[in-house]
Design a binder for this molecule. Structure first.
Ligand SMILES: Cc1cc2nc3c(=O)[nH]c(=O)nc-3n(C[C@H](O)[C@H](O)[C@H](O)COP(=O)(O)O)c2cc1C
Length: 232
C-alpha cells in the first residue's frame, strides 16, 4: 500500500513555522497512510566511508562496518521507494539545507536504487511538497535574491535526479518576529506566513498518492569496484 513519507527537519518542535505549515497541508489532505520521520529527534547518521564503499562492494564481502552502514541505507531507501508522495519541512539554515536533512539525502541517493537507473528513477512523477521557512526573503528583487541554496539543491537531487514533482512552499522573514532590528518587517512576515498556509491547504486538497509497485530489493551481488573493494 502506498503512503505519504513525511520528513521534518526543523530543530524546533511545535513552535517551528515549517512544521505548522506542514500541519495545514496534512489537515486539508486528510490521508491517514503516513510514514513519519522527525530528523531533529532521531537523526540519521552521516554517510561514512563504510557506507559509501558498501554500495559498490559485493555484499558477501562486506566488513561488519559496511554491513551495518548498508542496513541503514537499505531501510531508508526502501522507505523512500515505497512512498507514493512526500512532504518535507526544510527551514533555511545558513543559506542551505538543514544538516539533518542533508544527511538523510546522502543516505538515500544511491546509484542503481534511487538514481542513475537505466530506465530513469523509480520515483519519477511522484508528488512532493517541500515547505521551506526562512528568516529572510529570497524572492526576485528581495535582499537575499539569488542566495537561496536550499530550493535549487533539493530540486536538483529530489526533482531532477529522482524525478519527484515538487511543489515548494516558502515562508519569509521569520526572523522579523525574533530580531528587534527586523521588527519593521513583521507585517511582511505575517503576509508571507498566511500565504504559505493557504498554499499548503491548496496543495493538500489536490494531493494524490502515486501508485507504487513492489519496491525492488537491492541487488545482493553488487559489482565490486576496484577503488572501494575490500577484497584481497
Ligand atoms: C542555524 C540557523 C541558521 C539559519 N540560517 C538562516 C539563513 O541562512 N537564512 C535565513 O533566511 N534564515 C536563516 N535562519 C532562520 C530560519 O530559517 C527561520 O527562523 C525559519 O523560520 C526556521 O524555520 P522553523 O521555524 O521551521 O524552524 C537560520 C536559523 C537557524 C537556527
Amino acid at each position: 500500500m502506498s503512503y505519504l513519507l513525511h520528513i521534518d527537519a526543523s530543530s524546533f518542535d511545535a513552535e517551528s513555522i515549517s512544521r505548522q505549515i506542514a500541519r495545514s497541508f496534512l489537515n486539508s489532505w486528510g490521508g491517514k497512510d503516513i510514514v513519519y520521520r522527525d530528523l531533529a529527534l532521531t537523526p540519521v547518521p552521516h554517510i561514512t566511508a563504510a557506507g559509501i564503499s558498501a554500495r559498490v562492494t559485493d555484499r558477501a564481502l562486506h566488513t561488519p562496518e559496511q554491513a551495518a552502514a548498508q542496513a541503514i541505507q537499505d531501510e531508508l531507501v526502501d522507505e523512500f521507494l515505497g512512498a507514493g508522495g512526500y512532504l518535507f519541512t526544510a527551514p533555511v539554515y545558513n543559506y542551505g539545507i538543514p544538516s539533518v536533512l542533508k544527511a538523510w539525502i546522502d543516505q538515500i541517493g544511491v546509484s542503481g536504487r534511487t538514481v542513475h537507473l537505466p530506465d530513469g528513477p523509480l520515483t519519477a512523477g511522484r508528488p512532493a511538497v517541500v515547505v521551506s521557512s526562512r528568516g529572510g526573503s529570497y524572492g526576485p528583487g528581495e535582499p537575499h535574491d539569488g542566495r537561496d541554496h536550499l530550493v535549487p539543491n533539493i530540486q536538483e537531487i529530489l526533482g531532477v535526479d529522482m524525478g519527484l514533482q515538487i511543489r515548494f512552499i516558502t515562508s519569509s522573514w521569520g526572523l522579523a518576529e525574533v530580531l528587534p532590528m527586523l521588527s519593521p518587517l513583521i507585517p511582511q512576515h505575517r503576509d508571507s506566513l498566511a500565504a504559505a498556509h493557504t498554499a499548503a491547504r491548496e496543495a493538500g486538497e489536490s494531493f494524490t498518492l502515486h501508485p507504487v509497485a513492489e519496491v525492488p530489493k537491492p541487488s545482493d551481488s553488487q559489482r565490486p569496484a576496484a577503488r572501494f573493494s575490500t577484497a584481497e
